[in-house]
Design a protein around this ligand. Structure first.
Ligand code: UDP
Length: 235
């Protein structure tokens, strides 16, 4: 296997599948199967999940809601998604722990770095909910932060697009995909991989990011076993 310990970032929106809102049970099951396949190969898997399928603080703020209040709702949304993913994984027989950045002890363990690492060493999938626990951040920042804390080898950012393109491939048919690109080139070319806070944190800590299409079955396994899928961002 190419990687021993991975941090998989899944957006909340990805969980919607074909729906406009919420969680598509079929999509959830597919993700659980793909994740199980790499766990079965002995790869240590931590997951940060977003909440955009349920609530985003910014959209609350645009409708007049207090931003911090909205962000708290967004963080809770990520815990809901974490619970759903946990349940889908356990139905497949994968042992999991959900750790939350906001205290919600009846529902999830608190985030404790050493305990998270211990779970990973025992082969459990650790799902990090609640983002960073702070308003004004995103789950991309949470993904980078947790990846650094648990010393993951790489962040695998699962998206709808199969990598980083010269321009938005959904709008520009002439866009071409990068197989690999440096952090600096992403910045100078003005490309969008993650929000700036998350991206800079990754760059400063020389933590590679692989952007790939998580909706194609088997892609996760291909990346983990070393196939060149998606785009790698590296120093
Ligand atoms: N959020 C937050 N702090 C964090 C992570 C998330 O306040 O550290 C809130 C924020 O309101 C955000 C929402 O949770 O809009 C959902 O997270 P995100 O937008 O990152 O989810 P994704 O786009 O991955 O679905």
């Amino acid at each position: 296997m190419r990687y021993k310990r991975i941090l998989l970032k899944l957006s909340g929106e990805a969980l919607m599948g074909e729906q406009q809102y919420g969680i598509d049970p079929k999509r959830l099951e597919e993700y659980a199967e793909d994740i199980k396949s790499v766990v079965d190969k002995g790869v240590e898997v931590a997951i940060v999940i977003g909440g955009g399928n349920i609530f985003r603080g910014l959209s609350g703020a645009s409708q007049g809601m207090d931003r911090v209040q909205g962000d708290h709702m967004g963080m809770l949304a990520t815990v809901i998604n974490g619970l759903a993913l946990q349940s889908a994984l356990e139905l497949k027989g994968v042992e999991t722990r959900l750790q939350s950045a906001i205290k919600i002890n009846e529902v999830a363990e608190p985030f404790i770095r050493r305990r998270a690492i211990r779970h990973l060493e025992k082969g459990r999938v650790v799902i990090f909910g609640g983002g960073t626990g702070n308003p004004y951040f995103t789950t991309d920042s949470a993904a980078v932060l947790r990846a650094i804390e648990i010393k993951a080898d790489v962040i695998l950012k699962g998206t709808r697009v199969d990598g980083i393109y010269t321009s938005d491939p959904e709008k520009d048919k002439s866009a071409t995909k990068f197989d690999s690109i440096s952090f600096n080139d992403v910045i100078t070319k003005g490309l969008k991989v993650m929000d700036t806070t998350a991206f800079t944190l990754s760059q400063e800590n020389e933590l590679p990011i692989v952007v790939f299409d998580m909706n194609t079955r088997g892609n996760l396994m291909k990346i983990v076993s070393g196939e060149k899928i998606g785009t790698v961002v590296n120093v």
